[in-house]
Design a protein around this ligand. Structure first.
Ligand SMILES: [Zn+2]
Length: 407
């Protein structure tokens, strides 16, 4: 059994211990300040006798440290030093997570905590249930109130049938053994937890929510946050970004949401108008006649893909073929013909796109593809139309009717 210094005094970052067991890279000490991880909090890193500890594991009451390249002997007295800056940030992050979820669950009583991640790179809560930025804003404000109120954090063990579990946040099926470790934040929150926490809430300084993203399908949302000095500096950077965005939109930062809403509305209206003009431009295409087949062709600038495909299908109902191009960020090409016209559109589209580093696919009578350079669009269109005309001319005159005859 390892004596867990991280529980008896979480503020100890340097300690002496005796090596009691060695198996390859893994060593067991009689006592350790290295937290092996748990409750969503990552394991500590650091050194033993200056050699990096890169991994920790726990088996029952025994804690093992992975120390590659060590030369320790059983009975040797060693000094362990944990990466304190990282550990303290994780302690703050863990207490911050308890505070944030506690307040959030009072605002949105139906939410459930699915997962916690407390690491240096990512501190987050994964939630099942409905919430939004308004709820997060209120929760964040209340967390700040709790930080300023400087609530003490007290940690104690009780048995599984203790009455103090009645008002605790706990997943009883995840508790092994008879004892439950409870973490109280003042009298505002009580949760079962195996993690490492700070002594009082004022140590957190600040908690800042930095991201809200979908966590589907396993849950609904993941809320990322920062804590302490990192939170303060992130808030400064975000405020500059918000001020610059407001300036770019010609609005006060307080009106940023409304100004952005207006811009998005305008964009939707313009997109609708653009669709209308695109439809009109397509409807105005006059086909050229080759034998009894109408050939529609046109090159457009950055046309909506769906609009172009719908037009191709519309044009090629009977005795018709079409070559339609759109030069946006890439060049997009559609070659189609009606079922009564014998052209292998998929073969044709690849023949014209491959020399341009592009490719196409689809069916014999309806093929789409693209090429990387939109400025090559006109040349590609000309080549496609010439090849298609050759097949149609030959078919009309009873000559070659397959692409393989086209050089
Ligand atoms: Zn916890």
């Amino acid at each position: 059994m390892t004596i867990c210094i991280y529980y008896s005094n979480p503020y100890i970052s340097e300690f002496d211990a005796n090596v009691v067991s060695i198996k390859d890279d893994w060593i067991i000490l009689d006592q350790t300040a290295f937290y092996p991880g748990g409750g969503g909090q990552e394991a500590d890193v650091g050194t033993i006798e200056g050699i990096p500890v890169i991994e920790m594991k726990q088996s029952g009451n025994t804690i093992s440290h992975r120390v590659p390249n060590h030369t320790f002997a059983i009975g040797q007295n060693v000094q362990g030093i944990i990466d304190w800056k990282r550990r303290y940030e994780l302690m703050m992050g863990h207490t911050g997570e308890h505070l944030l979820f506690s307040h959030l669950s009072k605002i949105c009583p139906d939410i459930k905590l699915v997962k916690i991640s407390i690491g240096q790179d990512r501190k987050s809560l994964t939630i099942k249930g409905a919430l939004d930025w308004d709820a997060l804003a209120v929760a964040q404000e209340r967390v700040l109130d709790s930080i300023e109120a400087n609530f003490p954090i007290s940690i104690f063990n009780v048995s599984k049938d203790d009455v103090s579990l009645d008002d605790a946040r706990i997943k009883i099926d995840r508790i092994h053994g008879n004892d439950v470790r409870l973490v109280d934040i003042g009298d505002i929150d009580r949760a079962a937890c195996s993690g490492i926490h700070v002594r009082d809430t004022s140590e957190l300084g600040m908690l800042l929510i930095t991201r809200l993203v979908s966590a589907r399908p396993d849950a609904d949302f993941e809320i990322e946050f920062e804590i302490g000095d990192v939170a303060k500096r992130t808030a400064l950077n975000l405020s500059i970004t918000a001020l610059q965005s407001a300036e770019a939109l010609g609005a006060r930062v307080q009106d940023l949401n409304r100004a952005l809403g207006n811009v998005l509305n305008e964009r939707d209206v313009q997109a609708q108008q653009l669709r209308m003009y695109e439809e009109k431009a397509l409807d105005n295409l006059t086909p050229s006649r080759i034998g009894n087949v109408n050939l529609y062709s046109g090159l457009f600038g950055a046309m909506d893909k769906r609009t172009l495909l719908n037009a191709a299908a519309r044009f090629t109902k009977n005795h018709a073929a079409c070559v339609l191009g759109s030069a946006g960020e890439r060049f997009m090409l559609v070659i189609a013909c009606s079922p009564d016209v014998d052209i292998d559109c998929a073969a044709l589209i690849n023949r014209v796109l491959e020399p341009e580093g592009g490719r196409g696919g689809g069916k014999r009578h309806f093929a789409t593809g693209g090429a990387p350079s939109p400025e090559r669009g006109e040349d590609i269109m000309v080549r496609a139309i010439v090849k298609l005309r050759t097949v149609l001319d030959d078919t009309a005159s009873g000559g070659a009717d397959t692409l393989s005859d086209i050089k």
